[in-house]
Design a protein around this ligand. Structure first.
Ligand code: FE2
Ligand code: FE2
Length: 410
């Protein structure tokens, strides 16, 4: 450890600590306001508030999962927790939740294209303003009921990925003027509505996803066609087609266009570049969001990324899109609480895409929650410490999910 410390990077980068609610202790001070997970206008506790015991159970009940706190030895790092992105994410959720609520109650409803476009453009503007913001995976996993939360998450993640591959968008949509080709508004709208066809399905089927073997059942497959037909009168052709083909896979498998049983049968399934780039982006973020919260139970981000590299997904996704997502979503978010293989706790201060599971950290002297605990001053670059690795995040053992920087399946 001493040898590693001597070689530690010292960039003067300090941060707050992002801890799960069950690690929160009386007397800690909030470093960011806490908003209700499903109502951006509802601030529960302001920054600077000292935590009392009665808050902790309440926050758990409401569904708040993670909290930024001040921690001795760590000063705040502006911009890591982008409040604007978080607020836009909730707006996406609220916009789709209103429609889904009405659809579920079989109320006559008009999908509000104007409203969807407004929230999508607003989210897009926030992403463009701060394209390198930390991706709030802990917020994605706490966002509401399974279907509406998933729709809002996929819209945000699609827009995020799209904003980081404008060159590829122009290449893939080369018949369009450049400004049109890189405009992803219709991707955001399509993603926000992509599973509305599931609302016509029995409740137990609505919970199925690409993670389930039943995801290949005919009843499940119909949701793309049903969603397409539901949305096509309200949204653009591009957004409707994004919905229709979000389970069409890069290698030609998937649906709705299935591989014919006999060669003479037609039509041939769409594959590769024949699938619209918006559907290719949505296909990937759809799987990733399900992997972040399989069957409603959040897992560490590193486990979700590991899941996406599994051999079962080989050939499913456009490799350029996959690489972009991996670059954008680090397995260990800045500020999060790790346990290293030597048993010490540490906080993540920066990530590097070429070694995603070896972040730079600051080791914590003592244990978080103890009155004397504090972060050591120097930074430790885990790339330089081959005898030291990440063992757990938020107390969850992740040793089976550690991967190298390469994109090959694990
Ligand atoms: Fe779907
Ligand atoms: Fe989906």
């Amino acid at each position: 450890m001493r040898e590693c410390a001597n070689r530690a990077v010292s960039e003067g980068l300090d941060t707050m600590l992002l801890i799960p609610v069950d690690v929160l202790k009386e007397g800690m001070t909030l470093a960011q306001p806490i908003y209700h997970p499903l109502a951006e206008s509802c601030m529960l506790l302001n920054k600077g508030v000292v935590v009392q015991a009665k808050y902790i159970a309440k926050l758990n009940d409401i569904g708040v999962t993670h909290i930024w706190v001040h921690f001795d030895g760590l000063e705040s790092l502006d911009g890591e927790a982008n409040e604007s992105i978080s607020a836009e994410h909730i707006r996406l959720y609220e916009a789709i939740n209103n429609s889904v609520d009405q659809l579920e109650r079989r109320v006559e409803v008009k999908l509000s294209l104007h409203q969807y476009r407004k929230v999508v453009r607003s989210m897009l503007a926030s992403i463009v303003e701060d394209p390198d913001h930390e991706v709030v995976t802990h917020q994605l996993t706490s966002c509401g009921s399974l279907l509406t939360g998933h729709l809002a998450n996929c819209s945000y993640l699609s827009l995020l990925v799209g904003a980081h591959m404008t060159g590829y968008l122009k290449n893939q949509r080369s018949t369009l003027p450049a400004d049109v080709a890189e405009n992803t508004s219709e991707l955001g709208v399509g993603a926000l509505l992509h599973d509305i066809g599931k609302l016509q399905m029995p409740e137990e089927m609505q919970l199925k996803s690409v993670l389930d073997p039943e995801g290949e059942w005919p009843e499940y497959r119909y949701h793309v066609q049903t969603g397409f037909e539901e949305a096509r009168e309200h949204v653009s052709v591009v957004a409707a087609n994004t919905i229709l083909n979000h389970h069409q896979r890069y290698d030609g498998s998937g649906f709705p266009r299935r591989k014919p049983r006999r060669p003479e049968q037609s039509p041939e399934p769409l594959a590769g570049r024949q699938i619209h780039i918006f559907s290719r982006i949505l296909a990937l973020v759809d799987a990733f969001d399900h992997l972040l919260c399989p069957h409603g139970k959040p897992v560490p981000t590193v486990a979700a990324i590991h899941g996406l590299k599994h051999s079962r997904f080989v050939g499913w996704f456009d490799p350029v899109v996959t690489e972009t997502l991996f670059r954008l979503v680090p397995p260990f978010q800045v500020g999060s609480l790790l346990t290293l293989s030597d048993g010490k706790q540490a906080v993540v201060v920066s990530n590097r895409p070429e070694a995603p599971c070896r972040p730079t950290v600051r080791v914590i002297r003592g244990r978080v929650g103890e009155a004397t605990a504090r972060a050591e001053a120097h930074q430790l670059d885990l790339r330089m410490c081959r005898n030291l690795s990440v063992a757990a995040v938020d107390g969850v053992d992740v040793r089976d999910y550690i991967f190298t920087g390469e994109l090959e399946p694990v």
